[in-house]
Design a protein around this ligand. Structure first.
Ligand code: CA
Length: 229
């Protein structure tokens, strides 16, 4: 497929690495360091996806995205250096499709670009990535869960449990329900659910330190908070 991506990023080493990673995946990339030039290029309608840095010398990526949304619905991925900027990106007020937190792996970014393009071409942007909460994203296609932009390193059981909880934020899951979700044999002790939840909670906390996303309901079970507020 011929893909054309616009990268607006003023940090040259980052831009070079991203362009290299995209080129390796046979994706074409045009690069500019300026918000104004980025918008002018996007206005040509020649791009399939935009990668926008937030802090630019002549403006910011959020304004670029907002203006872009006035005339185009191509996917947008933000590059952000600060976790407090993520709140605005995931708040969807901006109209972004994804974000990566610097420092990031250009190869990982290129993989995300491919996934997003494949989805937008299939006309099903949210079919495989359910934005269950603002902080937790389930990526069915790749069997992984991303918390605040960081893929969690989960066991199969942990993945299945968190996925079930993410599908229904705020629902209290009994231990038996979580065992079901993870396909654990009935012979497993319900206590083992507590062990898996403990491990999950530590992994989520490592990715999103102040989130307290997984709640304990004494005598009932566990739930996933909607937004970790
Ligand atoms: Ca910058």
């Amino acid at each position: 497929m011929t893909v054309s991506i616009l990268l607006v990023e003023d940090d040259k080493p980052i831009a070079d690495n991203v362009m290299l990673a995209l080129a390796r995946e046979n994706m074409g990339c045009r690069h500019t360091t300026l918000a104004a030039e980025g918008l002018a290029l996007l206005a040509t309608g020649k791009f399939d996806l935009a990668i926008l840095d937030v802090g630019l010398p002549d403006g910011n990526g959020f304004d670029v995205c907002r203006t872009l949304r006035g005339f185009s619905d191509i996917p947008v991925i933000f590059l952000t250096a600060r976790s407090d900027e993520i709140d605005r990106v995931v708040g969807l007020e901006i109209g972004a499709d994804d974000y990566v937190l610097k420092p990031f792996s250009p190869r990982e970014l290129a993989a995300r670009v491919k996934t997003i393009l494949r989805r937008s071409r299939n006309g099903a942007v949210s079919a495989n990535a359910t934005a269950a909460t603002a902080l937790i994203k389930v990526d069915d296609e790749r069997a992984r869960i991303v918390c605040l932009g960081q893929p969690l390193d989960l066991s199969r059981t942990e993945y299945l449990m968190l996925k079930a909880m993410a599908a229904r934020p705020e629902k209290v899951f009994s231990r038996a329900e979580l065992m079901d979700a993870a396909g654990l044999a009935e012979a497993s002790l319900e206590r083992s659910v507590d062990t898996h939840i403990k491990a999950l909670r530590a992994k989520v906390a490592a990715a999103a330190p102040d989130s307290d996303l997984i709640r304990t309901h004494r005598g009932l079970g566990y739930s996933l908070a909607r937004d970790g507020a």
